[in-house]
Design a protein. Structure first.
Length: 83
């Protein structure tokens, strides 16, 4: 398993429904689990990025599947870094 850092910014849609962000975090944890990805930590941050998510994934293809499913919802734009 490799560790990845996912940096996120809310889209216009995501900021309009920011009160649901903790529910969305729970949903991404469940989706990740179903794909074999472990969400280690979720942080809401100040500065250039709105969120930082630390995950362990078996490979980059699995992480890409998670990222595409997450992005399809339209609430976040992400940048992923292998740690």
């Amino acid at each position: 398993m490799a560790t990845y850092v996912v940096l996120g910014n809310f889209t216009d849609q995501g900021i309009r429904s920011v009160t649901d962000t903790t529910k969305r975090a729970d949903a991404i944890k469940e989706l990740a689990k179903s794909l074999g990805v472990t969400v280690k930590d979720v942080y809401w941050t100040l500065g250039q990025y709105d969120t930082v998510i630390i995950v362990d994934a078996p490979d980059e293809m699995t992480l890409t599947a998670l990222g595409l499913a997450f992005g399809k919802a339209g609430n976040h734009r992400t940048q992923t870094l292998r740690a």
